[in-house]
Each structure stands twice: as structure tokens, then as C-alpha cells.
Design a binder for this molecule. Structure first.
Ligand SMILES: Nc1ncnc2c1ncn2[C@@H]1O[C@H](COP(=O)(O)OP(=O)(O)OP(=O)(O)O)[C@@H](O)[C@H]1O
Length: 543
């Protein structure tokens, strides 16, 4: 494995600085030389606990955004495999935990590392900033400049070790969790950039989840049993089969050890009492996760994977708050041109990209709302299951950290630049309680309804209670109001009242479409106006 220090400066480019804080620091020596060019479930799998006072971070705290650069490692891709006539579909991801078959394949897959040097598009400027340099072709044809991104909580160089990443990024979240504060870590980045590697790792290089488990159980061990706490694990994935709406799949094997408690609900929450027990559950879960071989990753995740560790305090404890530690391994955004995906895989890609986009939109909306509180917080979280589940985090009510993973190759410039451009402003997001006091109740309801989304299809309209509205099951539009308990079903009188509610729902939908159309019209108007101005200018220059 090669480690990368810094790419040689790309001639004919100048550096532009992006991101806060804009400090008056000299452009690093290694930077390019200036030139003349310029979003069930865990419900009972217990609902994630409502935000408590402990969950609410001090208002000044900002979202932590970390960046990790993957070392350059050449792996066999789908295209290469096709040539060899090998199968292109697998289910078990070759990450932590150990999958003997996959491991064998992986050692075969790794080819001698690429020669590095001019092929690198990103370099570490210092521990908080990076410089990305476009490949010469783009510099010449599109006059793209090299850019400096700064303000990251930490930039992990390609040779960074998992332990180092854990200490700087995850340990503070775990310490808070052990103090009773919920927290989340989400890994974002293009396909094959190392999200799963960072989150789960390999048997040799254990990832954030196994390291966190080890830390948590080590800390909990010698504690007074009077203040004992118990830990419950749930792991599930959200995926879309052939683009037909989103589904939740419990990744914990249906028949877990009899020694472990399990819930009968769709997503199990299993009590774990030590790290190896938890790790072996995650190991089994990972074997169930949907993966596939693409042109960019031999074992690309096709789903959003969510791991929750729920800490419940013992009865004798004077700190009754529960806390949840959530780790999200998002499926990597993919460009069709690069992955060469077709058919079902292309549909999966659309789902993956859509979820990533909605996740980003939520954060962007939060940022805009915080910049200008008069601007209402857009409810983009409604557009995907993942964001609906993570609503509290995406509305800035609970702490979360983001780890952006990028690939350093020259070919990866567009993916890397795109991610940095989109995600680096998120570091300006502050954690504060931006919703009204009823929000926690609303949110509990939304999470409950989310957890029962799978049951909706089984419910007949006649069975809906008078207080209940019926959601229209479109792939990315799930209803957030009350979903009935099974016990409220089979009440024929309710048909009329539910249809009344339906019509009010329709009017809401119509109103929303009207607003969207209005905004769309405004945008078109602006574009047309710009064109008009440009036409005017060019016609003047002709005269
Ligand atoms: N820091 C790293 N050190 C060593 N190998 C790495 C590192 N990051 C990623 N890899 C390797 O690169 C390959 C792709 O990584 P990984 O599967 O984690 O990507 P990903 O971002 O999860 O992709 P996808 O979104 O498609 O699932 C794996 O073989 C992994 O072991």
C-alpha cells in the first residue's frame, strides 16, 4: 500500500480557497504555482429515545466534518472481472468481519499498486486542510483551478491508521455516549472510497464500530452494578430492489443465540453484554448486507447500513437517560459513466444517489435555515427512509459527525471535488434546538410510523381508524402522521372518516405542488432574464 504525501503542483493553475474559516495563511509551498490562468423500525426495537437535555449540545458546537483520503490501491473491477469471465454478484462484503472466501478473493484481487505522483488529485496541506488539483486535461480545456479546502476537524492522510481515526473522530462521540448523550457518525463519499473500510475495517485493521464496541465494554466493565447499564444492538439496511421503493432489512440473523434477548419486531434489538458477542452479531449481519461488484468497487454496498447501540441505564441509576450511538455507512454515490451500471444495478444506483442527495439537501437546508432563521427549515427528510430515520440529527438537535472519504487518484478528481464542494460547508452547521417543544412528540410519532412502514402495505383502507390518515405509498414520499396500531384495525365505521382525512391530504399535496411549480417558474424566469441580458450584450457588441 502506498502512502501519498503530496502531488506535484499542477502547472497552469492557481489555488482558490474554499470554506470557512478563511484564515490569512500563506498558500502552502506544495500548492500549485499561480499563473495567469485563474434520510419499523427500531421502534420497539425501541424508538430511539427522545432528545433529552443531555442530548442537546451547547449552541456553539459545530458539526464536525472529518476527511479521510484512501491510499491508492488497485483492485479488480467489474469490467476486469467480466473479461475473466467471473461472476459479478456477491452478497458478503469483504470488510470486517472476516469472510474467509472473500478474503481469499481479495488477496487475489489486489494488484501491484499504481505508480503514484502526477496521478494524485488531492494532497494534505495540514491536519485541517487539503488541496485538490485538477488533472492537466481539465486545466487546459476547462480552465479549472486548484482549490484549498480548510476547516476540517481533521484530515486523515492516506497512511492514517484506523486507531488514529478512532481516537480523533469516534472516541469523543463514544465518551459522550457513555455519559448518556446520543450521537451519530455517518460516512459519506463516492463508491469505493473507503466508507465501509473505515466503519467496519478488516480483521487486521479493525474499523470504528469494533473499536467503539471494545472501548464501550471495557469502560463499562468494572462499574458499580448499582449503576449498571445494558446495551442493545440493532443493525439494519435500507435498500431499493430494482428501484421499486425503499425497504428495510434487519441484518441481525433471525435466530440469534438463545443467550441473547431478541425482540419479535421486524428489526431486532439484541442485548449484548460484551464486545466479542456484539462483534460476532455484526459479523453475521455484514454477511447479509447487499453488495455487488461494480466498476468502481469489487464489493460495493448497495444499501444504507445503520447500526444502533442503545444504552439503557439500570434502575438504581440517578441518570435515567438512555442514549443511542448510531453509525451509518451510506452506500457510495456513483456516476453512471464511471460505474457502467446497467439495468437493475442502474436502478440501485439511482436509489443510492437519490438518498445521498436527500441527505445532503437536509444538511444544506439546515445550514441555510441557521444562516437565515426567517427561512423555514425545508422538510427534505421526508423524501427518504434514511433521512426520516435520522431526522433529529439532520435538524441539528443531536450531535453528529461526518466522515468524508475520498479517493486520491487523478481519475477521481470529479468525485472528490464534487464531494468536497458539497459537504465542506456542512462544518458551519451548529447544533441547537431549532424546533418548537412539540417537536419531540411529533418526531416520536414519525419514528413510530417509520418503523411500521413495512406494515402499511398489509393494511386495508377499511381498517384504518378515524384518526388516521392513509399514506400514498410512493417510493420517496412516506407519510409521517399516525399509523394505526394493529389493535385499531377492522373498524368498518372508519372508512368515511379516513376518506375525509384523505381529501385534506390531497389538498396539502396540491398546495405543495403549487409552491414547487411557483418556485420552478421563478427559476425559469430568472434564467430567461439572464439570457435576455446576454443577448442584449452580444447584440450590442455586434453593432
Ligand atoms: N484506508 C484504507 N486502507 C486500506 N484499504 C482501504 C482503505 N479504504 C478503503 N480500502 C479498500 O478499498 C476497497 C473499497 O473500500 P470500501 O468497500 O470501504 O469502499 P466504500 O466507500 O464502502 O464503497 P461503496 O460505497 O461502493 O460500498 C476495499 O477493498 C477496502 O479494503
Amino acid at each position: 500500500m502506498d502512502s501519498i504525501t503530496s502531488p506535484p503542483p499542477c502547472p497552469n493553475t492557481v489555488s482558490v480557497r474554499r470554506n470557512p474559516p478563511r484564515r490569512g495563511r500563506p498558500t502552502p509551498m506544495k500548492a500549485p504555482i499561480p499563473s495567469q490562468l485563474e434520510e419499523l423500525l427500531p421502534t420497539t426495537i425501541s424508538d430511539p429515545p427522545l432528545p433529552t437535555v443531555a442530548d442537546q449540545a451547547p449552541p456553539s458546537e459545530s458539526l464536525k466534518v472529518f476527511l479521510r483520503i484512501k491510499p491508492i490501491v488497485r483492485t479488480i473491477t467489474a469490467a476486469a472481472c467480466k473479461q475473466l469471465g467471473e461472476a459479478t454478484r456477491s452478497r458478503a462484503k469483504n470488510a470486517w468481519p472476516q469472510n474467509p472466501t472473500a478474503k481469499k478473493n481479495s488477496t487475489k484481487e489486489k494488484q501491484p499498486a499504481k505508480k503514484i505522483g502526477s496521478e494524485i488529485c488531492i494532497s494534505v496541506t495540514d491536519s485541517h486542510s487539503v488541496t485538490i488539483s485538477p488533472p492537466p486535461l481539465l486545466v487546459d480545456s476547462k480552465k479549472i483551478k486548484s482549490e484549498v479546502y480548510e476547516g476540517f476537524s481533521h484530515v486523515f492522510a492516506p497512511d492514517s491508521l484506523q486507531n488514529e481515526v478512532y481516537e480523533k473522530m469516534v472516541k469523543p462521540i463514544v465518551d459522550d455516549f457513555l455519559e448518556g448523550r446520543s450521537g451519530m457518525l455517518a460516512a459519506l463519499g463516492p463508491s469505493g472510497s473507503g466508507k465501509t473500510h473505515t466503519v467496519f475495517g478488516t480483521p487486521r485493521e479493525r474499523g470504528m464500530v469494533p473499536l467503539a464496541l471494545q472501548h464501550i465494554f471495557k469502560q463499562s466493565k468494572g462499574r458499580d452494578c448499582k449503576f449498571s447499564r445494558s446495551f442493545y444492538l440493532s443493525i439494519f439496511e435500507i435498500y431499493s430492489e430494482r428501484g421499486k421503493g425503499e425497504k428495510i432489512c434487519d441484518l441481525i440473523p433471525e435466530r440469534v443465540d438463545s443467550g441473547l434477548q431478541s425482540s419479535s419486531k421486524r428489526v431486532q434489538e439484541v442485548m449484548v453484554s460484551n464486545a466479542p458477542e456484539a462483534e460476532s452479531l455484526i459479523a453475521c449481519a455484514m454477511l447479509k448486507r447487499a453488495t455487488s461488484m461494480t466498476n468502481t468497487n469489487s464489493q460495493s454496498s448497495r444499501s444504507q447500513c445503520i447500526i444502533n447501540l442503545h444504552m439503557k441505564r439500570g434502575e438504581g441509576s440517578n441518570q435515567p437517560d438512555d442514549a443511542v450511538l448510531t453509525v451509518v455507512d451510506l452506500a457510495g454515490a456513483e456516476r453512471e459513466k464511471r460505474t457502467g451500471n446497467q439495468g437493475a444495478k442502474l436502478l440501485e444506483s439511482n436509489f443510492i444517489n437519490n438518498t445521498s442527495m436527500v441527505f445532503g439537501l437536509c444538511l444544506r437546508a439546515l445550514l441555510e435555515h441557521q444562516k437565515n432563521p426567517k427561512k423555514p427549515l425545508q422538510k427534505h427528510f421526508q423524501n427518504s427512509l434514511l433521512t426520516k430515520y435520522l431526522r433529529e440529527y439532520l435538524e441539528g438537535k443531536k450531535r453528529m459527525s461526518l466522515i468524508l472519504t475520498v479517493k486520491p487518484g487523478e481519475d477521481d478528481y470529479l468525485d472528490t471535488a464534487c464531494l468536497l464542494r458539497q459537504a465542506s460547508p456542512y462544518m458551519k452547521i451548529k447544533f441547537n434546538n431549532i424546533e418548537d417543544p412539540s417537536s419531540s412528540i411529533c418526531n416520536k410519532r414519525s419514528i413510530q410510523s417509520f418503523s411500521r412502514i413495512g406494515q402499511q402495505k398489509r393494511m386495508k383502507p377499511s381498517a384504518i381508524d378515524a384518526q388516521v390518515s392513509i399514506p400514498k405509498p410512493t417510493p420517496y414520499s412516506f407519510h409521517l402522521s399516525f399509523i394505526p396500531e394493529a389493535s385499531t384495525m377492522d373498524k368498518p365505521d372508519s372508512i368515511r372518516s379516513s376518506s375525509v382525512k384523505l381529501s385534506s391530504n390531497e389538498s396539502l399535496t396540491r398546495e405543495r405542488s403549487h409552491i414547487i411549480m411557483q418556485n420552478f417558474a421563478k427559476a425559469i424566469w430568472r434564467v430567461l432574464k439572464q439570457y435576455k441580458d446576454k443577448l442584449l450584450v452580444s447584440s450590442i457588441s455586434f453593432l
